[in-house]
Every structure is written in C-alpha cells, then in structure tokens.
Design a protein around this ligand. Structure first.
Ligand SMILES: [Zn+2]
Ligand SMILES: [Zn+2]
Length: 212
C-alpha cells in the first residue's frame, strides 16, 4: 500500500508530501519548502526523485534547486509561473531564508499524465492563486495535491501578481470539484480535507447551483 508522508517545514508551515513507489526506489515529492532539503535528504538519498512544484511562490520552491543539484531530482512545474521561479519572488522571501531560483526540467501541461514507477500523476492546471498553479491528482491514492488553490474551508489569496479571484473560483469549480467527492485534498498549508466536504462547507467557493 502506498503511503502519503506529510511534513511541515518553514516559517509559513508549508506542507511537503512524499510518496514512495512500491516496486523501485522512486519517490515523488510535492513542493520544496524552506528546510525540506535537510529534513528529507537522508530518507531520499538513494532514490530516483521526481519533485513537483505546485506553483512558483518562494515558500513552495525555495529549496528545489538543492534537490535538483544534490539528489539529481527531476523538477516539474508549469511554465506560466516561470517569472516566479526565476526572479520575481525574491522581493517576497523574508531575510534569512535560503532561497535559490530554479530552472525546472519539465514544463507540464493540463491533463498530462506522468508515470513515476507505479505512481501515476495527472497534472491539472488550476490558475487563480498564480497563473501557473497546478494540482497533482493521483487517482490510485484517491488524493489530490492542490498547493494554495483550496484549503480546508477557505481558498488561497489572489492579491499577489498573477492572482485572480474569478479565475480561482473557476478552477475550483470546474476542475477540483469535478473530482470524486471522496478524493482527499492535500493543501500547501494546513489540514487535509476532501472534495465533498469543501463542496458542502467551503464558505468562499461553495459548489453553487449554477457553478458547473
Ligand atoms: Zn502561494
Ligand atoms: Zn504557500
């Protein structure tokens, strides 16, 4: 059985998730928050690593280059956040935080299926929090990793460059809320939830009568 290992790193309490394949020493990581490299390098050292960045904000990607360089991780992200991965966010990262720009190895697209040993990931492009925000859906685990799009009973901020609240609502309703209700939602910060629970109880983006 595949397990989802959830960790919290950094000053914004970012969630970082690690999944191990059953048949080979292959690991999938979601996001590379501040402190995650030192926290995870020992358990990952002898693995083939696939690192997915949900979006380009510094708190989710500031250590991605360390995984890429030192553990030969393959880094995946959406090109619409390219500015964030290179320079734009340096003005948002607090002083004293290790921050390094990243050149992702693979630019992913909506609907793309990526197979890492027996771990199969479907990329969903869910703009709104940022232009290049993605969700990673793993049907076999009944789980979706949503970054900062959807949180338990709330949604991500849309006041930073590239943010757009109408677009975020549209992404939540048209893409995330069409996943099976029992899909577990693993956000970039805070507690996990489920698609069904947010459809019913999310006060910011309720399912809505005319939403789909
Ligand atoms: Zn963010
Ligand atoms: Zn965040």
């Amino acid at each position: 059985m595949l397990n989802i290992h959830a960790y919290t790193f950094g000053p914004y309490e970012n969630c970082v998730y690690v999944m191990y394949a059953n048949v080979k020493k292959v690991a999938v990581i979601i996001d590379a928050a501040s402190g995650s490299f030192d926290g995870l390098k020992k358990c990952l050292a002898d693995h083939e690593i696939h690192l997915f960045l949900t979006h380009g904000h510094w708190d989710h990607m500031c250590e991605a280059a360390k995984f890429q360089r030192e553990l030969k991780a393959v880094v995946y992200a959406h090109k619409a956040d390219q500015d964030w991965f290179t320079t734009e966010q340096s003005k948002y990262a607090p002083p004293g935080i290790f921050f390094e720009t990243i050149a992702p190895d693979v630019w992913v697209e909506h609907g793309q299926m990526i197979q890492c040993s027996d771990l199969v990931i479907k990329v969903l492009h869910t703009p709104g929090h940022t232009l290049g925000q993605i969700a990673l859906y793993m049907e076999s685990l009944g789980s979706v990793f949503v970054g900062d799009t959807l949180f338990r009973r709330t949604v991500g901020r849309t006041d930073l460059p590239g943010g757009n609240f109408d677009q975020l609502k549209d992404s939540v309703r048209r893409i995330l809320y069409t996943l099976p209700e029992d899909t577990v939602v693993y956000p970039g910060h805070g507690e996990k939830t489920s698609i069904g629970a947010e459809q019913k109880h999310n006060p910011i983006v309720p399912l809505g009568e005319n939403s789909l």
